[in-house]
Write a protein that binds this ligand. Structure first.
Ligand code: SF4
Ligand code: SF4
Ligand code: FES
Length: 338
């Protein structure tokens, strides 16, 4: 007879859920879904060792377990704390947690620039959302923010350290996904920074994924940088027969032009399947891809402001051709008037 699977019951913000032993509070909350899921800026389910750096996922354990119902004395990082049977957790139902989250956001913003109007991550940035939800209008920080010049790390990736929150995700990607790690976090405390040390390039085949996992606009795609605001682009799922990766991507269209290619992300902003550099940087024509459907976008996301539900590639191409023809006509008319 097959052994019965052991399940533990944990209650999060009053909602009970049954999970397997070893599940973290964060992943138990993700099984419930919705607003009670704590934000996570450094945890990434597919990257081993991730989590425990940013503290945005703090929650209150108001009952430790059925066996030992004492509450935990301090707030805990939900991405690093495993559930116990009978545990009771508070996230958005605890004023203490909301207050702590506010402080964590303030801390993350201590050295962060007011770059959103020019930052490529704007519109898909969790730090931006957190600042909106928990941030305060004024800073208490009286000192000069630490600043860095943007640097190219590799021919397709730019690092703007000012925006880095030291979540370590890019380091784990380089460690776990590529052949050789060429960057890491140098220094400690206020001196900590992402660096290749001697400004080497990041050139491994899967290194472009550091851009997708970076929760802020610190690592950006130079082939897309400053080309458009993300909410003016239309994401479409597509695939190709790629010898190196799954070839399953999201194409970000402006008219008929593919402005960027990214991995497909789930509702928590995590890439479902990492893609290779060729798919990301080298194949930016519609003809390179088999188009599937418009990427499902959360209706609350700013990206859905420009989203359409019946994607028809030839129509998009026709639309763009017409625009081009109209532009050419206009130019010719202007020339004739000269
Ligand atoms: S990383 Fe996010 S919060 Fe920071 S400047 Fe860019 S969009 Fe704004
Ligand atoms: S560059 Fe981005 S991914 Fe890397 S540590 Fe900084 S914030 Fe995290
Ligand atoms: S997501 Fe838990 S500490 Fe960052």
């Amino acid at each position: 007879m097959a052994e019965e699977e052991v399940k533990l019951t944990v209650t999060i913000d009053g909602i009970p859920v049954e999970v397997a032993p070893g599940t973290t509070i964060l992943n138990a909350a993700r099984q419930i879904g919705g607003d009670i899921v704590p934000p996570a800026m450094c945890y990434y389910s597919t990257l081993e060792g991730s989590g425990g750096k940013c503290r945005t996922c703090l929650v209150k354990v108001s009952k430790g377990s059925e066996k030992d119902p004492r509450p935990m004395p301090k707030l805990v990082a939900s991405c690093r704390t495993t559930v116990m049977d009978g545990m009771e957790v508070q996230n958005i139902s605890s004023p203490e947690v909301l207050d702590a989250r506010k402080s964590v956001v303030e801390f993350l913003l201590i050295n962060h620039p007011l770059d959103c109007p020019v930052c490529d991550q704007a519109g898909e940035c969790k730090l931006q959302d957190l600042s909106y939800e928990h941030g305060v209008a004024q800073t208490q920080f009286e000192f000069r923010k630490r600043t860095f010049e943007p640097i190219d790390i590799g021919d397709k990736i730019q690092l703007h350290m000012n925006r880095c929150i030291l979540c370590y995700r890019c380091v784990y990607v380089a460690n776990q996904l590529t052949d050789g790690r060429e960057h890491g976090i140098l220094g400690r405390g206020d001196h900590a920074e992402i660096s290749t040390y001697i400004h080497k390039g990041l050139n491994n085949d899967f290194i472009g994924n550091v851009i997708d996992v970076c929760p802020v606009g610190a690592l950006t795609d130079k082939t897309f940088r400053f080309k458009n605001r993300v909410w003016f682009t239309k994401p479409v799922d597509a695939h190709r027969d790629c010898p190196t990766c799954s070839g399953k991507v999201t194409l970000w269209y402006k008219g008929a032009e593919v402005l960027r290619v990214t991995g497909r992300k789930d509702e928590y902003g995590e890439v479902k399947e990492f893609i290779c550099n060729t798919c990301r940087f080298e194949t930016k024509k519609t003809a390179d891809w088999i188009l599937e459907e418009p990427t499902p976008v959360d209706h609350e996301s700013v990206i859905s402001a420009n989203h359409y539900y019946t994607f028809n590639p030839p129509a998009v191409i026709e639309e763009s051709k017409k625009l081009q023809e109209a532009n050419e006509e206009q130019l010719a008319r202007t020339e004739r008037l000269k």
